[in-house]
Ligand binder design. Sequence first.
Ligand code: GCU
Length: 663
Amino acid sequence: MPLPVPVPPEGVDPAWLPPAAFRAVGSRRTLIRGSGPLVETVHGEVDDACRRFGGRVVRDASDDGPYDLVLGLGADGPELLGEEGFTSAREGGTTTVTASGGRGLLYGLFHVVRLGEAAFTGGPSRRTHHPALALRMLDHWDNVAVHPVMGQVERGYAGGSLFWRDGRARGDLDRVRAYGRLLAACGINAISVNNVNVHATEARLLTDRVGEVAAVAEALRPYGVRTHLSVSFAAPVLLGGLSTADPLDGAVRSWWAEATRRVYEAIPDFGGYVVKADSEGQPGPFAYGRSHAEGANLLAAALEPFGGTVHWRAFVYDHRQDWRDRTTDRARAAYDHFVPLDGEFAANAVLQVKHGPMDFQVREPVSPLIGAVPRTRLAVELQATQEYTGQQRHVCWLGPMWSEVLRFRHEDGTSVGESARGGLVAVANVGDDPFWTGHPLAQANLYTFGRLAWQPDAEPRAVLDEWISLSFPDAPTRLADGLHAVLDGSWRTYEKYTAPLGVGFMVQPGHHYGPSVDGYEYSPWGTYHFADRDGIGVDRSVASGTGFAGQYGTPWAGRYESPDTCPDELLLFFHHVPYGHVLKSGKTVIQHIYDTHFEGVEEVEEALSVWALLAGLVDPARHGRVAERYEEQLRSAREWRDQVNSYFFRKSGVPDGRGRLIH
Ligand code: GCU
């Protein structure tokens, strides 16, 4: 039986799957071959499209058609295609998608949907498609119970959680089903359903409340999305009544084995655990004098009989640092902790590393840990939720930044995308907001993440084109051009009016929105810029600084070591320089700060007026929501400009070379 297409509740935006995106498929004659639950999903999709657009769908017919589209499971080199790959071919007027697994067929269908009419034209062709990365995952930082400081979703800017409300599971699984469908359409195949900071209520999802997780897993399964859970390392103590969570203790090991067996009883295709240990106050193996490999391997052993994976986060650093202590460098921490453990992690343990050494700033170098643990399965973590990039009140399309990260090559020539053998993960940016992402244009970040996880070397602008043509199927060129105009450069615009030259932070403490140049300067968090009357930046060189630059191989260690060879955009991440230091651009650092802050605001003004001209081409609700947020973005960008420029003018005493007003 074809599975009915999940319909999101009334008023919820269809995002990149509006009915019209299926016009080309829905107006054709389609044959579907094969059996299995995901084939029913595919059948349901095509059936639904045909009802709208007058096409016809047949199942397992023995006749030869003619058909415009054949979607089938088949033995088309299964060993080559895997569970998720597919071939697409065009021959004699028929487009054929063949996959050896249900997920492959589903991804093949969405491939055809993306191509639209182009899937049904052109001469003979044949192509094989595979995801480059087997795991393409979103981590939800969702709390089950509302946290007194962080709310329902930690760093969430899109309303409440899709899964939880006020301490319990939400009833409306239709929304979750529709979510799974959106995820499959951009290639995402896994999510974790709760915050990495596991509070008391959330901890119980592992044990007596696992049924609530099972319900989410069931809703997502028809679209090939597996469910994972964040767990507390202290669970044996918190939930099991044991006196220790020591990873080498026999009772602790049995407790995890039994708890995990029960999870699989409830969720047979459960993906595994996500763990934040010894990080920002979360419990971990250090309390027992054990290493993080011993900690991770404890959970890996419990998951191993069921084929599950533990995602062990590498975000381990001293968050109680004394700002007076110039020898401790938070940027060094992940590498210092984990490189010595390379080779010690179990085969089903994945080390999950944030893409930069600090914390999702608008500009950071690539984490040196990513290239330094060849004997460890590694997942790279990005942040789709815009904690430090405008909190979904500012337009900031992250495709170009992620693409730069994924294409970055470490010493051995391997790119970050290739190193991420354990998968690509993003912190989710969705919630129960009618537009899913708060800012309607932030949907592009979610879509882009999925597609880059499928193909890390994809051209981000081409991915944005896909998102535009799916989301706005009847868009005139003027709309597509307008969307590119406001999105393409938005990350660089955001960078211009916020913290300069890779220095990072300068945000308001706690919630991290808006400027506060010294907000974290005297804090314990290890995030300093060291601005004084003469200069600014953190000396991370080997010669005179914290030595962080030496964590890279060639050529990067050498390039980052000297201010002469360090790329401008990372200069203040690696060096403390005088305001008069001349950048490769020919400008002094201080003039660069002034210029970029004026330019950044001008670019927001420009984008806002481009958006205004698109009224009438975008539905009024969406247009209005974006226009409203642009007002806030402009206000905030001006605040950033004026605070940052005034701060550095007052520190340095150097006037703006162009005589503009600085307060
Ligand atoms: C950031 C963020 C926290 C989050 C942490 C993490 O520090 O502000 O809210 O818990 O990252 O990645 O674990």
